[in-house]
Design a protein around this ligand. Structure first.
Ligand SMILES: Cc1cc2nc3c(=O)[nH]c(=O)nc-3n(C[C@H](O)[C@H](O)[C@H](O)COP(=O)(O)O)c2cc1C
Length: 307
């Protein structure tokens, strides 16, 4: 009988069959990529960031390619939590992977209100709080750069749900561990590291910024070493599980994050280049464990040798 490794992991009470999760904003509302493969194969799916009311987002162009990366200033364009629950969630019945909603509020009250609405929906397995979006004028990253505010947002969401709460941090701070410890103390069950890194690009002919919003968030392979470093730092400073992301393109990249201690990983920009990227990472991790005779993925997590 073929040896099949156990890839399952536990993220703060959320048990998933493998550590591969799709990153918010790069996998639509959950089933857009079903023509390419069955997302049931994934550990979990995180959908586009949802707000209380629909948001049109920033005017285009809101995406610009950079060497080894992507700048985006989508501005959290989304259909709002009500339309997601009523119109999109029912069509996800066939998908057997847990659905995690990424949420965004203009103020702390809105975060709490969205959490309350999600609490009533069994199909949603967990909440990821976005306190790290660099492309919105109000709230967004402002919540994630101040430890007290980050803790207050976390606390309000935790109070209004029984589902695991994951807080997604911004890299755009001097010391990410201060924010990580603040949200852990406020009751977060897990932390995602990292959202995009602020950046910009200029068209020299038109002398205009390539994004209408002028600044955007950088993602993709360009940010992987920074993301890996931040995960390493956060893992050393909190006890709750850390989900690593930033520039993961293949299973090798995923393994790097697991080795530094990420309990699971998210695949973002890679989905936009290769729609099958996340599924291929699941297969790559399975094959790697089989080749290396690793029976359980937890043997890899945090096993980085530094001496
Ligand atoms: C087009 C686009 C839209 C995104 N939208 C969201 C979002 O709605 N909420 C969120 O928390 N992160 C959002 N992100 C950030 C990603 O989830 C991820 O944190 C970031 O891109 C780094 O990972 P990557 O390098 O694998 O893409 C978005 C990223 C991109 C490229």
């Amino acid at each position: 009988m073929a040896f099949l490794p156990d890839l399952s992991v536990d993220i703060g009470g959320l048990k998933i069959k493998n550590p591969v999760i799709t990153a918010s904003g790069t996998f639509g509302y959950g089933n857009e990529l079903t023509p390419f493969y069955d997302p049931s194969l994934l550990g979990a799916i995180i959908v586009k960031g949802l707000s209380l009311k629909p948001i049109p987002g920033n005017p285009p162009p809101r995406i610009a390619e950079t060497p080894c990366g992507l700048l985006n200033a989508i501005g959290l364009a989304n259909i709002g939590i009500k339309a997601f629950i009523e119109e999109r969630l029912p069509s996800l019945v066939k998908i057997k992977a847990p659905i995690i909603t990424n949420i965004y509020g203009h103020n702390i009250k809105e975060y709490a209100e969205i959490a309350k609405r999600i609490e009533k929906v069994d199909r949603i397995a967990a909440i990821e709080i976005n306190i790290s979006c660099p492309n919105v004028e109000e709230g967004g990253m402002a919540f994630g750069t101040d430890p007290d505010t980050a803790a207050k947002v976390t606390n309000q969401v935790v109070k209004n749900t029984t589902k695991p709460v994951i807080v997604k941090l911004t890299p755009n701070v001097t010391d990410i561990t201060i924010i990580a410890k603040a949200v852990e103390s406020a009751g977060a069950q897990a932390i995602s590291v990292t959202n995009t890194i602020m950046g910009m690009a200029v068209d020299v002919t038109t002398r205009r910024p390539k994004l209408t919003n002028i600044i955007g968030g950088l993602s993709g392979p360009a940010i992987k070493p920074i993301a890996l470093y931040l995960v390493h730092k956060v893992v050393a400073n909190v006890r709750i599980p850390v989900i690593g992301l930033g520039g993961i393109m293949d299973y090798h990249d995923a393994l790097e994050f697991l080795l530094v201690g990420a309990r699971a990983i998210q695949v973002g920009t890679a989905n936009l280049i290769n729609p099958k990227a996340a599924m291929e990472i699941v297969n790559g991790l399975t094959d790697f464990c089989m080749r290396e005779k690793i029976g359980n993925i937890n043997e890899i997590i945090g096993s980085l040798k530094t001496k």
